[in-house]
Design a protein around this ligand. Structure first.
Ligand SMILES: [Zn+2]
Length: 81
């Protein structure tokens, strides 16, 4: 599991939650994405989060995803929609 400090600091509100499965998917995605990410190849300030976390409540559930600083997104929406 990813225990990176501050990993969840960008959560918006209290309804955003990730399950263990989500975290597993996110970690896998990050490992793959790190190989191609343009963001981590750029010089950048030491401060600032690389990832932001978004959620969008809808009538049938909550869409949620993580977005990298390069613009790539990792879908973390529940599978049981
Ligand atoms: Zn990226």
């Amino acid at each position: 599991m990813n225990d990176e400090p501050g990993f969840f600091e960008c959560f918006v509100g209290k309804t955003f939650h990730l399950t263990v499965d989500h975290l597993r998917n996110l970690k896998k995605w990050r490992e793959e994405h790190d190989k191609t990410c343009s963001f981590i190849r750029q010089p950048r300030p030491a401060t600032g989060e690389r990832f932001t976390y978004c959620f969008l409540p809808t009538g049938i559930g909550t869409a949620q995803w993580a977005e990298c600083g390069c613009g790539e997104k990792c879908d973390l929406t529940d599978d049981d929609w």
